[in-house]
Design a protein. Structure first.
Length: 557
């Protein structure tokens, strides 16, 4: 009897089931796996924080060897980045359901104005205003597209935010949008609006580099779902924007993407280009992604308004996978309502991303935010930071708006110690880079960079990964209980545990500018909502943004 058959019979019989296997149960026989030396097992124990007896190590020799033989065999199966695990994360716990009531969207009221005579002023208008001008034929999509293409060419040498211009495609899509306007066909509020795409997503005919040298010339002959949906909404793809290599930071193979407010400072990442280009008035809006802060952080650094939707809200099909149970896609804009308009266009299941699902987004810009139950993370506001006074001003502003935030306490669990969930999944997503040593082609080769993290993650035990996800379930349960008392809560963007906790639970967050430091760089304020509660989240954030107006200030490049 070979190793596999013997182990399989033992496995079943210990459960009280006697099974007799015939010779054809396993079509392909394995050779007897070599035993792993007990000395190697003893050394490996230190990586797991465990200690076994010599007798236990003797028993483990063949079993560990069989595991190793299985690893070697499985590695012979080609696995592209697009192949997801047979396990799908859901932010919904048993008994929780997706909202089903669908209401007609109500957009903010716009005063009819003509197009600005200054092209720079036009470039910085919010999407809602640009869309109104296009619908009224005060401007054309073609002219707006040329304006943004010119600005991308002019300012990219300073910002290093563009990986690939898609000028031919943009001009074609803009002309089609204008033809439809002349015929009276308006696809929606994004009709004719030029946008930028984080270069994690595929766009037919253009490179999809993931910001990483090993994939510099990669071309994926497809449109990602977000690209397809934006085209269906009438939006115009201008450029593939920079992404920190394999979705970390602002460093890619072409350089470091810059903060438009401070050109000697990186824009943060990994949605580095989308935040930088949007704030610099080089695109109408942009699409970013987040696994752990990649929309929140560059938006905060650059003064953009960024929305990270509920996990599963937006399909990731056609995008680079980093961590299947944590990756999310969302808009980076200049105003909150712009985020709402873009989310409404890109949301929903597509039959490709197994985690994507349909849920209504009942945007009502005219609702009263004072009807919302609002909380604030008391402990995070009490933390010492250079921006503490800005945070306190944010709370005072909400109270001046007639909103009385109630203190809340986040679940007391070791959230930061669950970070290796992301690291294990990312190491699996780019296992081939590690095993072929092509990780040496990545620009950043330091402790806090992917090559080192991928290598170290090979020593995360599968048992510990599963245990961490079980604690993740506890976090989701306790977070859900906390959110039962509030619709939205506010917090310093990087204060407390909200950033990592909500990327693990799947809750949505929105960050917006909240003032400026003495050096002219923006500070931020953050709002976090209930699962699929983006409408309420955006309602409160829009009211706050309308009251403060910090998003109306622009960098002078």
């Amino acid at each position: 009897m070979n190793v596999d058959r013997r182990r399989f019979i033992a496995w079943l019989s210990t459960g009280g089931i006697a099974v007799l296997l015939g010779p054809k149960v396993f079509a392909q026989e394995k050779e007897e796996a070599a035993a792993v030396a007990t000395e190697a097992i003893a050394k490996a124990e230190t990586l797991s924080g465990l200690t076994f007896t010599p007798e236990e190590r003797d028993l483990m020799q063949k079993t560990v060897g069989e595991h190793l033989a299985s690893f070697q065999k499985l590695r012979e199966v080609p696995l592209g980045n697009a192949v997801s695990p047979a396990l799908v994360f859901s932010p919904l716990l048993p008994g929780e359901t997706v909202p089903t009531e669908v209401k007609k969207p109500r957009y903010g009221r716009l005063t009819r104005l003509g197009a600005p005579s200054d092209p720079a002023e036009l470039a910085f208008l919010p999407v809602a205003r640009l869309g109104d001008l296009i619908r009224r034929k005060a401007i054309t999509s073609a002219d707006l597209t040329e304006l943004y293409l010119d600005r991308l060419k002019q300012y990219d040498p300073k910002l290093e935010c563009v990986i690939t211009l898609t000028a031919d495609r943009a001009r074609e899509e803009a002309k089609e949008a204008d033809r439809e306007v002349r015929r009276g066909r308006i696809r929606g509020p994004l009709h004719g609006i030029p946008y930028g795409l984080k270069d994690l997503f595929a766009a037919r005919g253009a490179r999809t580099t993931w910001g990483a040298k090993p994939f510099e010339n990669q071309v994926l002959d497809e449109d990602a779902t977000v690209v397809t949906r934006l085209r269906e909404a009438g939006a115009v793809l201008l450029a593939k924007l920079s992404v920190g290599a394999l979705a970390w930071g602002d460093v890619w193979f072409g350089g470091t993407t810059k903060n438009p407010w401070k050109l000697d400072q990186g824009s943060s990442g990994s949605s580095a280009g989308p935040a930088s280009a949007t704030v610099a008035g080089c695109v109408g809006f942009a699409i970013g992604t987040e696994t752990l802060g990649s929309i929140m952080s560059p938006s905060a650094r650059c003064g953009a308004t960024g929305l990270r939707p509920t996990f599963g809200r937006v399909s990731r099909a056609g995008g680079m996978a980093l961590a299947w149970s944590m990756d999310k896609a969302g808009p980076i804009c200049r105003a909150v309502e712009d985020c709402a308009l873009v989310l409404d266009a890109i949301r929903g299941a597509d039959g490709k991303d197994p985690a994507a699902l349909d849920a209504p987004f009942n945007w009502d810009a005219g609702a009263d935010p004072r009807a919302l139950r609002v909380g604030y993370d008391k402990a995070a506001f009490e933390e010492k930071s250079d921006d503490a006074e800005f945070n306190q001003t944010g709370l005072r502003t909400l109270r001046e708006m007639g909103i009385d935030p109630k203190p809340i306490t986040l679940p007391d669990l070791p959230v930061s110690d669950m970070l290796f969930i992301l690291e294990a999944e990312a190491a699996a997503a780019f296992d081939d880079l590690t095993r072929t040593n092509r990780d040496e082609l990545l620009v950043r080769q330091v402790e806090d960079a992917w090559p080192n993290v991928f290598r170290a993650a090979r020593f995360i035990p599968a048992v510990e990964y599963i245990q961490a996800n079980r604690i993740r379930t506890l976090l989701m349960q306790r977070f859900g209980a906390m959110m039962a008392d509030v619709d939205v809560y506010v917090h310093p963007t990087f204060g407390g545990n909200t950033l990592l906790a909500t990327n693990l639970t799947g809750n949505p967050s929105l960050v917006l500018p909240n003032g400026f430091r003495e050096d002219g760089t923006p500070v931020s304020f953050c709002f976090t909502g209930r699962l699929f509660g983006e409408a309420e989240l955006c309602l409160l954030a829009k009211a706050y943004q309308d009251r403060t107006g910090y998003h109306l200030k622009h960098p002078m490049l």
